[in-house]
Every structure is written in C-alpha cells, then in structure tokens.
Design a protein around this ligand. Structure first.
Ligand code: HEM
Length: 515
C-alpha cells in the first residue's frame, strides 16, 4: 500500500514537472517577439544573412512586424525595424542596451575589446565617451573649421589635377584631416608611416569582422587550441596584434616627443596629455585607444559619405544643377563656400541629409547588447537577457511610410515650407516616432550610449566636402557602365565606379590654384 502510494506520488510529481516545463517554455516562446521559425539547435543560422543583412531584415519587418526575434546557435538576436522601437529600447532604455556583443577573434584574441567601439560597457567605455565629449562638442568642433576649409582646398586642387583618381583623393583628404585633428600629424604623402600602419589596422579589422570569416567566432571554444596546432587564426591573430600595437604606440609616442620638443600642433591627443599632469598607466592606455579610435572610426565613414555623394551626383544631374544654382546665388563665383553659408542653403542642406539617408554608411549602426540580470520586457514581449540588438537604420530610412519614395534621391523632401517672410522652416515637430521625412542624422549616426561621438565633426567634413565639390566641379555622368553596388558589411560604401569630374569654369580653377 505504502509502495503504491509512493509510486503514485512520484508519477504525479513527474507529470507536474513535465506540465510546468512545457507551460514555461510555451509561455516563453509565446512572449518572444515574432520572427522566422527556428530549427532545433541551430535556430535561424541558415537564414541570417551574412551580407547586406539590412535588406533581409527589412523584408522580415514587412512579414513579422517592427520587432523581430531570431536565434543563432542559442544566441537571441532582436532586430528593430522602426524608429519607435529603436528609440524606445536603445535611447530610452539606453543604460541596459549599451553593451557590444562578444567578438572572439577581433575582440578577445587581437585586443579590440579595449577599443571605444567594440569595448564592453563599463567604466573604461564611460571614460572614452568623456574624453570624446570634451573635444567633440559643438564649440570645440567649430575650432577645427579653418583646418577643414584649408584641407578641402587641397582636395579640390588634387581633383583638378587628376579627377579620375577622385576616390583616392577623397580617401587621403579625409585620412589627413582626421589625423591632423586627432594627433596633430601632418601627412606628407601616401607613403607616410603612421598613415600606412593605421590603414593596415583598418584593413585587418574589416577582414576580421566579416561574419563567418573566422570559425573561432562561431565556436568560441576553439580559442583554447594551443599555438603548436598551427591553426591559421592563431597566426593571424598574432600578426594583427603586432600591427595594432604599432598603431597604438607610434602616433602617441610622436605626440609625446613633439610636446617635449615644443613642436606639437594642437590636437585631440595633445589636449588629453596636457590636461592630465600625472597620467597613470591606465590613463595613457585610454588616451592611446581613444586617439586611435578617433582616426579609425572617423576616416572610412566620412570617406563613404563623400564617395556616395559623388555617385549620387553622377546619377542625378538635375539635383546637382539645382544645388549649384543655390550655391551660385548665395556664394557667387568669386569666393568659396564657407560654414557661415550653410543656413542660407536649404537645398544643399537637404542634399547633405539625402546623402546620409540614401545609402547610409552604417546601415545597421553597430550591434548593441542587452545587459541585465533578468530578461527585459517590451510591449508584450520578452527580450531575453544577453540579446544582441540590431537597429536596422537602413530599413527605417527606406520605409515608404517614413520617407515616401525612399529610393529617390530627393533633397526637397526635407523642405517643409516657407514662413511669410520667405525664410524656410526646418523643424521636426513630431519627433522621430511619427514624422514623415525626419532628419536622417537621427538614424545615420547610431543610438543611445553608443551614438557616434564624432557626429558634429563628421557633419562638418561631409558638408564642406559636398559644398566645395558642387561649387567647383560638374560631376558625372558615370563612365563605368551600371551604377555600382555598395559594399555588403557594417560599413558600407560604393564599390568601384568611374565618373567624369570637370571644373565648372576658369574662375573655379583660379579660386583653387590661387590659394
Ligand atoms: C559620416 C561619418 C560618420 C558616420 C556616418 C558615423 C556613424 C557611426 C555609427 C552608425 C556608429 C555606431 C553607433 C551605434 O552603435 O549605435 C558610430 C560609432 C562611433 N563613431 Fe562614428 N560615424 C562617422 C564619423 C565619425 C568620426 C569623424 C569620428 C571621430 C571621432 C567617429 C567616432 C566614432 C566612435 C568612437 C564610435 C564608437 C562609439 C561607441 O561605441 O561608444 N565617427 N559612428
């Protein structure tokens, strides 16, 4: 009798456990945001795109809604396809969505975990942000405007000499400008040792973060393989680390030497060193990373926007002519445009915004990660702790409900109307949640505690490059056949293309060559 009672009790307990288990897992499954059905164990790995993921994410958005859950080998991925969801999570709850996902090869093995952009949220990342804020505020950025203006004339001179090499000229222009602002380093030519090492590091980094490039990122346990196995990722990690160390040390040491010799030019790095009298080892570690981060994060991105602009002008002569007419009426032909002209040129302003939106340099910003002890809750859904969160900025900027006819390049979309005294009105009255044609800079520069700290500086570089090229050159048409594709990864710019670029007049040539 006692035995029977015990057996019934055990059976009942088992049944209860099974019921509770299924109830729990059902509740969980029900409460996750919708998304494509995962396969057992591997989840949605086979469906998650490794290239131009933003296009697939937008497609999923139309099928499942603006918040999507997908799973890859046990890792939850949340894709946000609307401004509302992005701002609700990454901005309003920014404190818990500020981390970056773990990247084994670039982060753990090569050392990019210490960088401002891949580094985890925490005291060091806060310190980087503080250092950037000090030198990249609106007031500080204005101090670099004379340099921006001087450098853009050098760019124009190069473009007049060899217009076919416009991509190379834009690349050196942006690289030189950023290096001078970051380290006071004046790049003499393309063989410059500091520029070369920074470019090599940039190249290595791009290679490492291509999804699936290294198996160790898919199976982190491989990182424990001993070096005698000769695994190629171990050799590569060593080589990448050595170049990275050089890029961190050389430019920083040069600034220190120049400061000691009294020859240092004003720069981000000089101001960091000068402000802290007895810098500790930890301080210096942070200064080196912040300075290198400045160079790396600033160059390729601004380059991407400016080449995208050249492509847009090659494809849209009518937009170009309208912008040039505005510049001619505000600036005239006897001087070059300045920063002071910007508020008087709403069409050019719209054109700059359209460059950010049309083919954004950061189509999915950079992945964020949720760090909480427990799952988060959004609307009726559970967002599992540790989720990687992707803001599909491209998706928002190509949603016809937010930007009607999103594939058109139309600067007029931002011009809302004129007041009675003829001054054009620029306003975003409803905020990013509801507005039609909101300022795309809200999406192009990322979000929350990871928002691009160089936004104002970048916007000056992009505006100055665009307005100067428009004032001086007739750009286009394409001479390389079909419009190019854009590169398929996190930083996206036009692949190779060629176009005509001719000075607009003799006066334009004199303005540049006379400087
Ligand atoms: C047109 C030019 C630029 C564009 C479109 C751009 C865009 C972005 C985007 C989308 C992010 C990711 C934000 C996120 O994860 O939510 C980012 C991060 C970052 N950007 Fe920029 N950026 C540009 C230029 C610059 C410049 C000139 C600097 C120089 C200081 C810079 C420094 C950084 C840094 C350090 C981060 C990492 C921030 C962090 O993780 O806390 N960027 N940028």
């Amino acid at each position: 009798m006692f035995d029977l009672f015990r057996q019934v009790l055990i059976l009942a307990t088992l049944v209860l456990l099974v019921v509770v288990y299924f109830h729990k897992s059902n509740t969980r499954r029900r409460s996750l945001p919708p998304g494509p059905k995962p396969l057992p164990i591997i989840g949605n790995v086979l469906e998650i795109p490794t290239e131009r993921s933003w296009i697939k994410y937008a497609e999923w958005g139309r099928l499942y809604g603006d918040v999507i859950h997908v799973k890859a080998l046990g890792q939850s991925l949340i894709v946000l396809n609307s401004a509302k969801a992005i701002f609700d999570l990454l901005e309003r709850k920014g404190g818990i969505y500020a981390d970056r996902p773990r990247v084994v090869m670039a982060g753990d093995l090569v050392g990019w975990n210490n960088s401002p952009f891949l580094g985890h949220s925490g005291p060091r990342h806060k310190e980087y942000r503080r250092l950037f804020t000090e030198v990249l505020s609106a007031r500080k950025v204005e101090e670099w405007r004379p340099l921006q203006q001087a450098k853009v004339i050098q760019l124009a001179a190069q473009l007049m000499k060899s217009p076919d090499a416009f991509r190379a000229h834009i690349k050196s222009h942006v690289g030189n400008l950023i290096f001078e602002i970051s380290h006071g380093h004046v790049v003499k030519d393309d063989s410059d040792a500091l520029l070369t090492v920074a470019q090599q590091v940039d190249h290595d980094f791009a290679e490492m973060v291509v999804p699936g490039a290294f198996l160790v990122d898919v199976f982190p346990v491989l990182r424990h393989l001993p070096s005698w196995t000769g695994a190629s990722f171990i050799q590569k990690a060593k080589r990448y680390r050595e170049t990275l160390t050089a890029a961190l040390e050389w430019p920083y040491q040069q600034v220190k030497d120049q400061l000691a010799a009294g020859t240092a030019l004003p720069s981000f790095t000089t101001s960091l060193i000068e402000r802290k009298e007895n810098a500790t080892e930890e301080d210096e570690f942070n200064f080196k990373w912040a300075s290198l981060g400045f160079v790396l994060a600033g160059s390729d991105t601004s380059y991407g926007s400016l080449t995208s602009f050249v492509l847009a002008m090659s494809l849209h002569p009518e937009v170009q002519r309208k912008a040039q007419a505005e510049i001619d009426s505000v600036v005239g032909a006897s001087r070059l445009p300045t920063f002071l002209d910007r508020p008087d040129m709403p069409y050019v302003e719209g054109l700059v915004r359209e460059v950010y939106r049309w083919n954004p340099v950061g189509p999915i910003a950079s992945p964020h990660r949720l760090t909480t002890e427990a799952d988060d809750v959004y609307r009726d859904w559970t967002i599992p702790k540790g989720s990687v969160v992707i803001a599909n900025s491209w998706g928002v900027m190509h949603n016809p409900e937010v930007y009607p006819d999103p594939f058109e390049f139309n600067p007029d979309r931002y011009i809302l109307g004129k007041t009675s005294d003829g001054i054009r009105v620029w306003s975003d009255p409803l905020g990013p949640d509801q507005m039609v044609n909101p300022d795309p800079r809200k999406f192009a520069f990322g979000y929350g505690r990871r928002i691009c700290p160089g936004q104002l500086l970048a916007d000056d570089t992009v505006y100055m490059g665009i307005v100067t090229m428009l004032a001086l050159f007739d750009i286009g048409p394409l001479t390389s056949g079909k419009p190019p594709q854009y590169t398929p990864n996190v930083i996206s710019h036009p692949e190779h293309f060629a176009c005509s670029m001719k000075p607009r007049s003799h006066q334009a040539q004199d303005l540049v060559m006379g400087h």
